[in-house]
Design a protein around this ligand. Structure first.
Ligand SMILES: [Zn+2]
Length: 73
């Protein structure tokens, strides 16, 4: 079974977009629960890691590649 890789600070795409129309979320907390923040409206969602992994579609922008876009979260 494939296990998705993600890291703190990654911008990820989920299987379902946020109702605001944006489908780019920034991982702002890693632990037993994952907190992601919608990059469109700033709404943040906390969910268990297992649910996050199920809903994660792909990593759009790895944290390591965001040096130029230093967004304050
Ligand atoms: Zn949103």
């Amino acid at each position: 079974m494939e296990r998705k890789r993600f890291a703190l600070g990654d911008v990820v795409q989920m299987k379902k977009p946020h109702p605001c129309g944006t489908n780019a979320w920034k991982v702002i907390r890693m632990g037993m629960d994952i907190r992601i923040k919608c990059t469109g409206c700033g709404h943040s969602v906390l969910m268990p890691r297992s649910r996050f992994e199920k809903r994660l579609k792909k990593v759009l922008v790895p944290a390591a590649e965001q040096e130029s876009t230093n967004g304050d979260v």
